[in-house]
Design a protein around this ligand. Sequence first.
Ligand SMILES: Nc1ncnc2c1ncn2[C@@H]1O[C@H](COP(=O)(O)OP(=O)(O)OP(=O)(O)O)[C@@H](O)[C@H]1O
Length: 270
Amino acid sequence: MTTVTGLGKRYRANWALRDCGFELKRGRVTALVGANGAGKTTLLTLLAGLMPPDEGTVHSEGRVRFVAQDKPLYKRFTVAEMLMQAEQLNNVWDQRKAERWLRMFNVPLDRQCGRLSSGQHAQVAFAAALGAVPDVLLLDEPLANLDPLVRKKVMAELLDEVADGKMSLVLSTHVVGELSGVADEILLLSRGHLVLDGELDELMTQHLYYVGPRSDEPPSGEVVQARHRQQQSTFLVRDQSAADLDGPWITRPVSVEDLVLAYLDREDAK
Ligand SMILES: Nc1ncnc2c1ncn2[C@@H]1O[C@H](COP(=O)(O)OP(=O)(O)OP(=O)(O)O)[C@@H](O)[C@H]1O
C-alpha cells in the first residue's frame, strides 16, 4: 500500500537519506530505528509528503497522517477546540475515536493545551491523528515523554488499531527493548542508509549467537558482532546453515534488542 523506491534527500550538499527502498503493508507495524541523526525524521517527513525527495519516489494509497516529535498544538485552544480544528482540516473524521483515546488517557477536553503535561500533550496529538482514520500513521518517537505504564498502554492501543488490518503503522523509536511483540517489520537506518530491513520474525530466525573457543571467526555466517574473552569467543552472525553444526561451538538465540543493538554498534564502529 506504500511503496518506496530509491528514496533520497539531501540538505545542501549532505545526503541525509540515500537509496532507500521498502514497502509498508496494511495491518503491520514497522519500527524505524537508528542512531541520532541516522535519517529517521527525514524519512518519516518524506513518507508524509511534507517535503519533496531529491531522488526516488514514495507512492501511498489513502490517507497518511504524521505525528512529529514536537507535536505542535495551539496553546490557547482547549483540547475540545483542538479536535474541532482537526475535524475541519480532515475530510474524514471520527470524533468518537478521538474522544475515546483522550478519555482512556485521562485528558480533560476542557483543559487549555498550554496547561497540559507533556504526556497529555502527546495524547492530544495522537487523538487528532487517529480521528482522521489514517491508512498510514507515522509516529516520530511516540514513546518519548511517556511514563512506562502509559507507554505500554499506548502501544497496546495502537496495536489494536492496526489489528483490524486497515492501517499501517510506522514508528521511530530509540526504545529498542520494547519492540519485541510490537513490531512486525524493521527498518534500521545508519547514516542515511537502510542497513537492515525486513520481517522481524524472519530476521530472528536468520540470526544466532555462536559461543565457542577463542577464535577469529565463527564456524559459518556473516559476523555482525564479535566479543572475545581470554578463552571464549561469542559471535552474533547472520546464518541459515546452523542446523548442521558440529564441533566445539554451541548456538544461542538472539533477542530483538540484541539484534538491533548489534547492528547499531557495528555501524557506529565503521
Ligand atoms: N533542516 C535540516 N537542514 C540541514 N540538515 C538537516 C536538517 N534536518 C536534518 N538534517 C541532517 O540530516 C541528518 C538526518 O537527520 P534526521 O533528523 O532525519 O535524523 P534522526 O534519525 O531523526 O535523528 P534523531 O534520532 O536525533 O531524531 C542529520 O545529519 C541532520 O543533521
